[in-house]
Design a protein around this ligand. Structure first.
Ligand SMILES: *Cc1c(COP(=O)(O)O)cnc(C)c1O
Length: 344
């Protein structure tokens, strides 16, 4: 990657110079006062920006955050409903099955939209006590209806658990009505991957029956830091969250993501139309997708195409998860225009 490169992949994402510098600094002890200060500042900032009572940080990728959330669901007990309309919903179901959660599924084909009345009927009919779903289903870019689903949960006295991995930092979000939500440092918050983030409005439960690393009650008892946490990752996140969660970043990204969406739509390259999303899945017959990826790469634009589920379908993705300057996004748009207008 050179300085001209613009990364519009789903991760690792485009980071700022300040974040890169924080990551390269000498590490400090997670038991030091300075670390405690950094930890408190970062978690308080995240709580305040997303309207959550507590924020937990675990070492690991986003899947670790979902794992810890799933173990909390298990300890709270009751029968649940898991929604799935893509790769990441299916992963939640597989993780929940391994933890032997008691649940039914509302599973749709990739890219389909949940019927809210069906959802509510299922909750009532089956006496559902919790639900779990992905806010943005990253595989297709479909934004599941966060406001309506949380509303249904409140109305039915049902706890709501949400994977917000690709919406935290990419769309404005108020988490006050969910029990828990998950995120990661390496997506919309535009930092280095490696910190799993859990927002929580529920009292956490501790138990010796579950793996110690995923026991949020243990994190509570130790004021959030029971085990080693990387000061570099934390400092990088502290900086990236402040840079990324500014209204001018949201506006800039909205504008360019919207233009790229319109362009891709005009060329009939999108099967899952979701203009408000910040990740677009490009679906093309034959090998033309591969040619487009190569064309973009030659112009130093990085997109996602190497995930197993993307390779299998010959899809690629354009995601606006990072921290960008206007010139960078302008270059993405103009390059995309050029590459799409070339005869393939
Ligand atoms: C990225 C992502 C995850 C977690 O993936 P990791 O590779 O573990 O970071 C989970 N759910 C969704 C919706 C995601 O986009």
């Amino acid at each position: 990657m050179n300085s001209q490169t613009v990364n519009v992949s789903t991760g690792p994402v485009q980071i700022s110079k300040q974040v890169q510098k924080a990551f390269a600094a000498s590490p400090i002890s997670h038991r030091s006062k300075e670390f405690r200060h950094l930890y408190n500042d970062s978690t308080e900032f995240l709580c305040e920006r997303f309207n959550a009572q507590k924020t937990y940080l675990l070492s690991g990728s986003g899947t670790v955050a979902n794992e810890a959330m799933i173990w909390q669901i298990k300890l709270l007990g009751g029968k649940g409903l898991i929604l799935s309309n893509g790769e990441f919903g299916e992963r939640l179901i597989r993780q929940a099955s391994r933890a032997s959660l008691q649940f039914i599924e509302y599973a749709l084909a990739w890219g389909e939209v949940f019927e809210l009345q069906t959802l509510e009927n299922e909750i009532e009919k089956n006496k559902i006590e919790w639900i779990l779903f992905c806010h943005c289903e990253t595989s297709t870019g479909v934004l599941n209806d966060f406001d309506s689903i949380t509303e249904i949960c409140v109305r039915n006295n049902c706890r709501c658990f949400v994977d917000c991995m690709s919406t935290i930092g990419t769309v404005p979000l108020d988490l006050s009505r969910v029990a828990m939500a998950t995120a990661s440092s390496g997506k919309g918050l535009a930092s280095i991957p490696g910190l799993a983030i859990i927002f929580c409005n529920n009292t956490v439960v501790s138990s010796e029956q579950i793996p110690v690393y995923f026991d949020l009650g243990m994190y509570d008892k130790k004021d959030g830091i029971p085990f080693t946490l990387s000061s570099n990752l934390l400092k990088a996140l502290q900086i990236s969250a402040r840079q990324k969660l500014q209204s001018n970043q949201f506006e800039l990204i909205d504008e360019y993501a919207g233009s790229c969406f319109d362009l891709l739509k005009e060329k009939c390259l999108l099967s899952f139309n979701e203009s408000r999303s910040k990740v677009f899945t490009v679906v093309q017959p034959g090998n033309t997708s591969t040619d487009l990826v190569v064309g973009l790469r030659q112009k130093n634009i990085i997109v996602s195409h190497e995930s197993e589920y993307l390779k299998l379908r010959k899809w690629f993705q354009l995601a606006f998860f990072g921290y960008y300057k206007e010139v960078q996004l302008d270059r993405v748009f103009k390059t995309l225009q050029k590459v799409l207008n070339c005869p393939i």
